[in-house]
Design a protein around this ligand. Structure first.
Ligand code: GRF
Length: 230
């Protein structure tokens, strides 16, 4: 699979583009402000990315968040959805299910909620669980993630720590389609962020998040207005 990788400092400069993906990726329909794509945002933590997206969607866009799902009932980020009047569900692992069946049972609960709310696009925004191939197959082409590094560099759960340990001068964030791998799917957009000499994980994370909060909504615009095609 060949990805067209865009690595531009300013996401405003991104042209409409074709991403080469396998034919098992099925993109959502084209939305409009009158009939926006129904988005579910999946989170695990504080949900600053969710909050930024909800603010962006305060005026009519081609996408609208109609469901928030967290993998914990007490995820702080659920409050952003609740305040915006969006159905916001904590769906934790079903601990009564036998351990080896628990992960897939959890995903079936999530999938059922997505179907029940007629979701057309699933937006992972700090969702810290790795999804099984079964779940990915249900949503492939309609399942996107944001990762806090310039993929394919520094995949995984500790991107900022790994960036600082490697001593690189530039990092950033990547929006990509999710495939069956970890942080490996076709890249849709990237923005660079300079690493400063005095950065620690916290300062770097904050600066990268600031950029994420611009890049993710804009990339959703592109997906939902038909500007990304196979
Ligand atoms: C973001 O940096 C995102 O890229 C990563 O997790 C972080 C989520 O932050 N996957 P928040 O919960 O949206 O504040």
């Amino acid at each position: 699979m060949l990805n067209l990788k865009l690595s531009l400092p300013n996401s405003q400069a991104l042209p409409a583009f074709v991403v080469v993906m396998g034919d098992d990726f099925v993109l959502p329909r084209t939305g409009s402000p009158e009939d926006p794509i129904r988005v579910a945002v999946m989170i695990s933590g504080g949900g600053s990315g969710l909050a930024a997206l909800l603010r962006y969607q305060e005026i009519p866009r081609t996408h609208q968040t109609t469901l928030v799902i967290a993998d914990k009932e007490d995820s702080g980020g659920l409050q952003h959805g609740i305040h915006a009047g969006v159905p916001s569900l904590g769906i934790p692992l079903p601990m009564k299910v036998e351990a080896k069946e628990r992960r897939i049972a959890h995903e079936r609960l999530v999938h059922a909620a997505l179907e029940e709310h007629d979701i057309e696009l699933v937006v992972l925004s700090g969702y810290m669980r790795i999804l099984t191939p079964w779940f990915v197959r249900q949503w492939k082409g309609r399942l996107v993630n944001i990762h806090p590094s310039l993929l394919p560099d520094f995949p995984g759960a500790h991107a900022h720590r790994d960036v600082l340990a490697a001593g690189v001068g530039v990092t950033g964030c990547t929006v990509h389609m999710v495939d069956e791998g970890v942080d490996t799917g076709p890249i849709l957009a990237q923005t660079q962020v300079d690493v400063r000499e005095d950065d620690d994980e916290t300062s770097l994370q904050e600066r990268v998040k600031h950029i994420e909060h611009v890049l993710y909504p804009e990339t959703l615009d592109r997906i939902c207005s038909g500007q990304i095609s196979l």
